[in-house]
Design a binder for this molecule. Sequence first.
Ligand code: KIV
Ligand code: ZN
Length: 498
Amino acid sequence: MSDRLFIFDTTLRDGEQVPGCQLNTVEKIQVAKALEELGVDVIEAGFPVSSPGDFNSVVEISKAVTWPVICALTRAVEKDIQVAADALKYAKRGRIHTGIGTSDYHIKYKFNSNQDDILERAIAATKYAKQFVEDVEFYCEDAGRTDNAYLARVVEAVIKAGATVVNIPDTTGYCLPDEYGAKIKYLMENVNGVHNATISTHCHNDLGMATANTVQGVLNGARQVEVTMNGIGERAGNTSLEEIAMIFKSHKERGIETNINTTRIYGVSRMVSSLMNMPIQPNKAIVGRNAFAHSSGIHQDGVLKNRESYEIIDPKDVGIDDSAIVLTARSGRAALKHRLQILGVDLSQEKLDKVYEEFLKLADRKKDINDDDVLMLAGKDRTAMHRIKLDYLQVTSGVGLQSVASVCLDIAGEKFEAAASGNGPVDAAIKAVKMIIHRQMVIQEFLIQAINKGSDDVGKVHMQVEYDGSHYYGFSANTDIIAASVEAFIDAINKFVK
Ligand code: KIV
Ligand code: ZN
């Protein structure tokens, strides 16, 4: 008999807190529907009181998604809880996730308070949330550094107050696996009424321990895990969904089962990476480009004779299908649509027609169109609402030549041109853009990355621009790396020039 492990996905809340990874509501709905298809049990859709955008996303995801529980985050503050309840009004099954810091660091320095007062606030927040929804999850922030005896008091009290789930976050990613496992074991053994609620893990990856800690939490009694796709999240990220799903699928002897349809992992992983402009490191477990690539001759020979000699996971089990049809300039709309569907993207006929036009243009420049290209094309019209657009760009550069760029920007329908020289073509083009925009902007980060391989590959550019004391993120992808750099710069500018 297996024990059911509930998968709580927080890609759209903790994952989305990463600077530069923000999604609009339409994109969040797309991810939420893909997570539903993947089989997650709970979707944390946002922190409604934090912004009108987050509030609206929780409302719209609640309408769009049918069977997973929709969860909204709050602090242990009445106003937060009211707003979350309001945002959840369309959820078929809604959950309020409230909580407070329980470690001495939080109690003394964040709240200037004491343990008894925090305990009272925890009970009050739980009881208040219970007035709006039956399903209330309580988080003990920084539980990883909270004294176990006090943590047990809080957990017991909130369960008594009606919490259905209690979350034990290792907020700072400080714990070692044996410590975190022991913490969960301690709670399972010392909290009266612990079986009236589900204990949840929520591990951050600051020491690279998030997955190991989560596994230890589960082996010691936790039955919900809080995870994100590709392990994205603040700082070093959260526990990654795909790792937990595949660990318990590969280790059936542990008797833990999830509802994840693992063959959808690859598609959802790519979709999240593409929509959030967050590249996946090539050696990332399960979903990295190299996760199943055998380069050494000995390994290749072994895999060809018997896959299991060197592979513990069949790539097909996570949705990687090497025999998938390669898209080229001769592929029709149906093939493109099929590929997009495998990647979890369902487009209207009108949007598909537009994406297909762009696809044909790209296929003229690039022989094989891969999944990243297709996802990039599907998300391309994110610039359609931009006030400032690149109309044209012309550069002259070469060895022994001064680089010169001419740029024309379309600003709310009016055209502005400028030319500049610089230290290389990107520098020249950026200078020309600055001459038109007339603001003091500084590029703080500039990352150029080829998605796959080949000199005709699409290059992705991430840029962080500082303006007036704030940071703005820009992104673009183009086979022309200079154009991608200028487009990423303009994407960032659009975030502050309204
Ligand atoms: O890491 C953390 O403690 C959190 C809580 C807000 C649940 O994300
Ligand atoms: Zn967190």
